[in-house]
Ligand binder design. Sequence first.
Ligand code: GUN
Length: 306
Amino acid sequence: MPRILDGNRVRDEIKSELKPRIAALAALGRPPGLAVVLVGHNPASEIYVRNKIKTCHDLGIYSESIKPPDSISTEELLAIVDELNARADIDGILVQLPLPKQVDSKRILMAISPSKDVDGFHPFNVGALVAGLPAPRACTPAGIIELLKRNAIPISGARAVVVGRSDIVGKPVAMLLLHEHATVTICHSKTPDLAGVCREADILVAAIGRAAMVTGEFIKFGATVIDVGTNHIADRERVARIFRNSPERLAAFDKKGSLLVGDVDPIDVVEKAGAYSPVPGGVGPLTIAMLMVNTVASAERRTGIC
Ligand code: GUN
């Protein structure tokens, strides 16, 4: 059995470490403030945003959610961002992605003040990441590094393979692993012999967005496997196939009508990995924890505490 990299435990550690920092800001009469903009009614985004707001509430971070309709234009959303940029009580601005088709997402992300960009998506902060300068880091990638470090998984000198080249996970996590002295390969759907490249990995990060695509033939025996996938599967036969007819998983599916499945085959990974982050309960909880870290750090910078 591989070691389970428990994201909930690491999240709780990070939250505990934030509490005195938040108390110090509150004592100055200036608690950290996060604004989350959620456009429309994407059900997955609604759940993510609800969890972000709840975590703020638990920690004593001021938060507000702004919920414009699906029909919003780029100009209207830019006006909302501008207003939030100008607010003294708001330290972090997060515009939940994806945005509706008519909205120019890149323009929106570039309009967020880099000092309030708690997602780390602004090109200024992406540049700082590449240059190794201090700046907010993208939350899921930063969470992956915390999960590895706090479980004493060696990164320096390791062969790391990242499957997926998104701006949100693949590219930034590759850069963070490189800064930690891993030898990093980024691969994707057009990589020849994808399974063979993945089998070279001591640390394999699966961030492709395709349920259970990373099967046993992708995994070197004893590797650390980080599953970033969050695929909601509503097809019972597919769930049965992925979980080899597990009665527990099928009962869970029947109760909810869908099941959350990562990008890694959940049965194969148990047979081959030395350590792995499960879905749910692995990387997921850390994305929100790192958003809280970025928000508190932004408040500290903006109030001059550090
Ligand atoms: N949608 C999925 N993940 C994220 C994230 O980390 N930040 C934002 N803003 N939107 C997302």
